[in-house]
Design a protein around this ligand. Structure first.
Ligand code: PGA
Length: 222
């Protein structure tokens, strides 16, 4: 695990990794996260005015809710990245039904070259909650109470926080050629240590990353 000085540096370093990927390989396929942690990285990428016209993106997960809701991940991505770059709308994908077709789309595009992940306070990656099978594929999931509590900050009340989501599976994510996990805040330190140094177990979904041979974990405490 690499510890960065602060959030600005974390955002900068992950933006560097994305920039290098899409500059060297304009036809790159990226797996992209949502949540608070990647916001600085998206701002940094937008400021760099990179060429996204041949890049293909696959978002990791979406809430099961109206895609035009202000808190939908489709809205988040439009607002924070897609509407601020020259990415081609048909090249940005969110998990869709039938899920086998979404999985086929990833495979047909020759797989995800670089997947950026956050980590939930319970060790989830994308919305693969504790107990998710290491072989899991894209599917509908129930969000854990912990995740709904964590995400309450984006909604008016707990009743407004979606109960279900669609997420890429752990098996899907692990097929990415390179994975970068970014985490910000001391509240993530304990689960990061458990995930990276503890047992590889379905109780801690992020621990599966120990089985991937090209993972970078980047952390800052503030
Ligand atoms: P956060 O979410 O970046 O909002 O902390 C991370 C996650 O749940 O994957």
């Amino acid at each position: 695990m690499k510890v960065l000085k602060n959030y600005k540096e974390l955002s900068y370093v992950v933006a560097d990794i994305v920039e290098e990927q899409i500059t060297k390989h304009p036809l790159s396929k990226l797996g992209l996260p949502t949540g608070s942690t990647p916001l600085g990285m998206y701002d940094e990428l937008v400021n760099r005015k990179l060429d996204w016209k041949s890049v293909i993106t696959f978002n990791l997960d979406v809430y099961l809710m109206n895609i035009n809701h202000p808190q939908s991940y489709q809205t988040y991505m439009r607002k924070n990245l897609f509407n601020r770059t020259n990415i081609y709308p048909d090249n940005s994908h969110f998990p869709f039904r039938p899920f086998s077709a979404f999985e086929d789309k990833i495979v047909d595009s020759k797989g995800i070259d670089l997947c950026i992940l956050g980590i939930g306070s319970n060790g989830h990656i994308a919305f693969n909650e504790p107990g998710s099978s290491f072989d899991s594929r894209t599917r509908v999931v129930e969000l854990s109470e912990q995740t709904r509590e964590d995400n309450l900050r984006f909604f008016d009340s707990i009743n407004d926080v979606p109960k279900q989501a669609i997420t890429m599976g752990l098996g899907t994510i692990m097929e990415s050629k390179k994975i970068v996990l970014m985490a910000n805040g001391v509240n993530k330190l304990n689960i990061l240590n458990v995930a990276m140094n503890g047992d590889v177990t379905e109780k801690v979904p992020a621990s599966i990353l120990q089985n991937h041979d090209n993972v970078e974990v980047l952390y800052c405490d503030k």
